[in-house]
Design a protein around this ligand. Structure first.
Ligand code: NAP
Length: 251
């Protein structure tokens, strides 16, 4: 059976898998939600935008004859992961996640754990501070409830509408970032506290390493609960999984 893959992406893991598959002859489409204005060019076909919930995803998988789904979304994209699990269960399609382990604190880290964005907002009650708010554009509105702080934001795209935070400085950059750069950035802004999702992986961890080096506390937003599924860490493991599931990779 020649496989037809759907890769749910928006991450460095998905991009790495696309690069690994390019030129192998394996049919694969990379799906993006469409949150970023100019996504990086990819070496395999791409589609952009939501499917329309579980039902929409089921219809897409049927229409495209998808045989295997690889959920390579960000660990905080819990809705998409739940939809993928639901749709694959309904159709009996094999599903695997390509993901990264959560970060764990190292000596010198000063993390205060919160369960979610609401927990981070609650923890920001209190006197004004200089906060590096590294949670992405989608969640800024929640922090409007804490207007007393001076925020440093790093966003992939320049904001198209006024920010909900009265005191915010925006840096537009999609990385990758180094610990030295982030240390200089935080020192330059007098950062007193970092707010971060526990994204895991290397792409986003420079700010965590920089916070440790500077002795700064990190409000660490723990990962959301995700559906039980098999998890793999590397693109080659996905190829191994495909071969074991009876797919003829022709390579
Ligand atoms: N959350 C983060 O911190 C974060 C960080 C970096 C990158 N990303 C990437 O950004 C995207 C959106 O993240 P999110 O947290 O907003 O997701 P989410 O809350 O789990 O998903 C919300 C809805 O967006 C659509 N969607 C999400 N990922 C999609 C994909 N890869 N392809 C097509 N539709 C997708 C789906 O719409 P329908 O129900 O209409 O299908 C989904 O129900 C994901 O692809 C994720 O990998 C997220």
């Amino acid at each position: 059976m020649h496989p037809t893959l759907l890769i749910l992406g928006g991450t460095t893991e998905a991009t790495a898998l696309a690069a690994r598959l390019a030129g192998t002859g394996i049919r694969a489409t990379l799906s993006l939600a469409g949150r970023v204005e100019n996504p990086r060019a990819q070496p395999i076909p791409m589609r952009v935008g939501g499917f329309g919930g579980v039902e929409g995803l089921i219809a897409y998988l049927r229409a495209e004859g998808v045989t295997h789904v690889i959920d390579a979304t960000h660990p905080f994209a819990a809705q998409m992961s739940r939809n993928a699990a639901g749709a694959c269960a309904a159709l009996g399609l094999p599903l695997v996640a390509l993901t990264r382990p959560a970060w764990t604190p190292q000596p010198g880290d000063d993390w205060r754990h919160v369960a979610d964005i609401a927990g981070a907002v609650a923890a920001l009650a209190g006197p004004p501070r200089r906060v590096f708010l590294a949670v992405g554009r989608m969640h800024l509105q929640a922090f409007a409830a804490r207007p007393q702080h001076r925020y440093l934001l790093r966003l992939v795209d320049a904001p198209q509408s006024p920010l909900p935070l009265p005191q915010a400085e925006v840096i537009v950059s999609r990385g990758p970032f180094t610990e030295a750069d982030d240390r200089a950035l935080m020192e330059g802004h007098g950062t007193e506290l970092v707010v971060s999702k526990n994204a895991g992986g290397t792409g986003a961890r420079a700010k965590i390493d920089a916070a440790r080096a500077l002795g700064l506390p990190v409000l660490m937003i723990d990962r959301p609960a995700l559906p039980a599924r098999r998890e793999l860490a590397r693109p080659d493991e996905v190829l191994g999984w495909l071969a074991h599931s009876g797919a003829d990779l022709g390579v």
